[in-house]
Design a protein around this ligand. Structure first.
Ligand code: APR
Length: 242
């Protein structure tokens, strides 16, 4: 893909935030939530991905989440994930704020990652938390309680410590690149716009227009892999981070 002249040179920015949604992992084979092949077309969130469903039928909720673990666990980070990880290793300050729960940014090598909606690979019970990539995960504990997926389900509040770090990164950045989100789920949907307060440049990468596209300085209608390849081209020529 010839480099779109509207794409900024990442080396001109001090603090960059990549704000990602399910479209970031689409090229890894992870289904998105909405649109063609979207997960919510097959599974109702009210039955499989909310606290009431978990209280009512933890077994059914875990059947769905173990299905997701199997599906996502077989997917690898794609070129886009790897390019963002390379940007973090090369440039002064890069942060990933993701709505995704698949852990693919971390598998690709990104370290500063804030997971607004939690993670498929973390579970919790009361104050206990555990990381496990077991597929299936045996969620019923010896004490008869159930491990709960540590995911922000519909109706849940986001974790305040994660929100604080994400908003701090967004309000201090001078470039925010949003990739693969339909921008329909709040409060995440409006978070990227906070970057405007600091005069940041906002770039949206998505094959489709979204409800917040008009707030972006640059909208590139393309896929994560192809546009990030163009955006991150030449990064390895950047001066090493001192
Ligand atoms: N590259 C970039 N964007 C893509 C690609 C791709 N290859 N394929 C699809 N997209 C775009 C779609 O156009 C759409 O705008 O990715 C977006 C995916 O939207 P959703 O499926 O709604 O995912 P997301 O925005 O992350 O959903 C937000 O909703 O269900 C909740 O908690 C869940 O985190 C999720 C939140």
């Amino acid at each position: 893909m010839a480099r779109d002249p509207r794409l900024p040179d990442l080396r001109n920015f001090e603090r960059i935030v990549f704000f990602t949604g399910a479209g970031m992992s689409a090229e890894s084979g992870v289904p998105t939530y909405r649109g063609k092949g979207g997960i919510w077309k097959e599974y109702e969130p009210q039955r499989y991905a909310c606290q009431a469903a978990f209280d009512r039928d933890p077994e059914a909720v875990w059947e769905f989440h173990n299905y997701r673990r199997g599906l996502v666990g077989a997917c690898e980070p794609n070129a886009g994930h790897r390019l963002i990880a390379q940007a973090e290793a090369t440039l002064p300050h890069v942060t990933v704020v993701t709505q995704n729960i698949d852990g693919l940014h971390q598998l690709a090598g990104s370290e500063r990652v804030y997971e607004l909606h939690g993670s498929l690979w973390w579970v919790r019970c009361g104050s206990e938390r555990r990381f496990s990539r077991a597929v299936p995960f045996d969620a019923q504990r010896p004490d008869g309680k159930w491990w709960r997926p540590d995911i922000v389900w519909f109706g849940d509040s986001l974790k305040s410590e994660v929100v604080t770090k994400a908003i701090d990164a967004i309000t201090r950045c001078d470039l925010l690149v949003s990739i693969g989100t339909s921008a329909v789920v709040y409060p995440a949907a409006q978070m990227p716009l906070l970057a405007q307060q600091n005069g940041a440049t906002l770039v949206e990468i998505n094959p489709d227009e979204t409800p917040v596209s008009k707030a972006y300085d640059i909208c590139i209608r393309g896929t994560a892999g192809e546009v990030l390849t163009a955006l991150c081209a030449g990064l390895d020529e950047a001066p090493a981070v001192s």
